[in-house]
Design a protein around this ligand. Sequence first.
Ligand code: SAM
Ligand code: SF4
Length: 325
Amino acid sequence: MQLVDRYQRKFEYLRLSITDECNFKCNYCLPDGYQRTHQKQFLSENEIKNLINAFAELGTSKVRITGGEPSLRKDFTNIITQISNTEGISKVATTTNGFSLSKHANEWFDAGLDSINVSIDSLDANTFNLITGKNIFHKVMEGVEACSEAGFKQIKINSVLMKGLNDHDLTTFLAWIKDQPIQLRFIELMQTGDNQAFFKQYHLSGQTIKTTLLKQNWISKDRRINDGPAEVFTHPDYLGEIGLIMPYSKDFCNNCNRLRVSALGKLHLCLFGEEGVDLRHLLQNCEDKQELKELVVASLQEKKSSHFLDLGLTGATPHLASIGG
Ligand code: SAM
Ligand code: SF4
């Protein structure tokens, strides 16, 4: 059994959300902060173990732990250790808002974390505060520093550039990576169920950023089949590189190589798909592994060719914190 869909796309990459809670209030994601409406039971370490074992046997080699803010979980380090010790998993990554990075970078590295994406939407402390609702820009930057010191070879910075809010930061961002081997990933703002008005006001097309980069002699790297959705740019004068994630560009979904499981154990075939397939009843016992694998493989055959975001469809996703961006 292998994770291949009807369009011959191969899925070796799993994004696992371990909580949908977050302590930031990013204006494009959770502008009013996380709302705890009722007590939720997020996947336990045992459920995660059974899930990852099954996915590894189906050919998954890379797992990204995300959320919400994954590092809010007290057992985050244990989860990293467990996933990185799973046979077949060669790469464990995480995406974090960086609030506790300066304290934990070493510990996570020692636990087996291979690569880390830190979300930083501005290099200006005031703008950072304006976007995230957290006045801790300098602490997050200390965290990035701590990652290099801890030994992380791959540090990526995620940034959502928005019209009139932080698009002027592009120049500062570029200057920053001149002498640093960091990959800056500009993620085009996506419309979700909850941010429609915000999206209309602030959406900046990734194509606009691409045009600016090309004018400044950045070179688009050839894409390989398993590269995933980012278009990567390099420049002979810069140590760092740029990854552009342009979900609205034509053919974006052709390179899709990832599946998602939410913190409540639902398989999401697409960030913008519908409800999700419940796997949780098959995560309680390792004896259910075969049935779990069969359910995942069968569900994958329903994956659509595209997210159809350009038609204004957002599926069942109110915001990306809900299923792990
Ligand atoms: N809390 C962590 C963080 O912010 O890094 C992990 C979860 S967050 C949902 C993952 C990534 O999704 C972040 O880089 C964030 O900027 C991005 N994101 C969230 N909502 C988005 C949206 N509507 N459009 C584009 N990117 C978004
Ligand atoms: Fe939290 Fe990440 Fe969403 Fe910001 S983007 S509110 S840090 S989940």
